[in-house]
Write a protein that binds this ligand. Structure first.
Ligand code: THU
Length: 127
């Protein structure tokens, strides 16, 4: 499945009555594509990002390895994952995994997980 089409479709399902900012995220794993949208809450900090939803869907399917990421939003500048989502992605994605930042018309920029989160706190730090 095409990551852009998956993320674009799930973005339409976003629940964002407070910001009005719809976001979709799609992850490729060895077995398929998992997508998520942002889900806001009247208690604002309880809202969740599209990336978190996609990661939850991936884990619910038993998958643990992210091979590719695409995030889509309608914004003047390409939308990058927030700081928390960079850490969430780094849990399952190797530093060289590509994160494509897309607008409604298509991909606009590409970054790696390492570029998004240099010096990530990682499992090795726990040893
Ligand atoms: N948001 C995401 O879902 N992912 C991002 O990468 C950036 C921000 C959401 C959170 C909130 O619902 C809305 O966008 C505005 O911040």
């Amino acid at each position: 499945m095409d990551l852009f089409e998956a993320a674009k479709a799930v973005r339409e399902k976003a629940y964002a009555p407070y910001s009005g900012f719809l976001v979709g995220a799609a992850l490729r794993t060895p077995s398929g594509v998992f997508a998520g949208c942002n889900v806001e809450n009247v208690a604002y900090p309880e809202g969740t990002c599209a990336e978190a939803g996609a990661i939850a869907a991936m884990c619910a399917a038993g998958e643990r390895v992210i091979e590719e990421v695409l995030v889509i939003a309608d914004s003047p500048e390409p939308v990058t994952p927030c700081g928390g989502c960079r850490q969430k992605l780094a849990e399952f994605a190797a530093p060289e995994v590509v994160v494509t930042l897309a607008g409604l018309e298509g991909p606009r920029a590409r970054m790696t997980v390492a570029e998004l989160l240099p010096g990530a706190f990682a499992k090795g730090h726990l040893e």
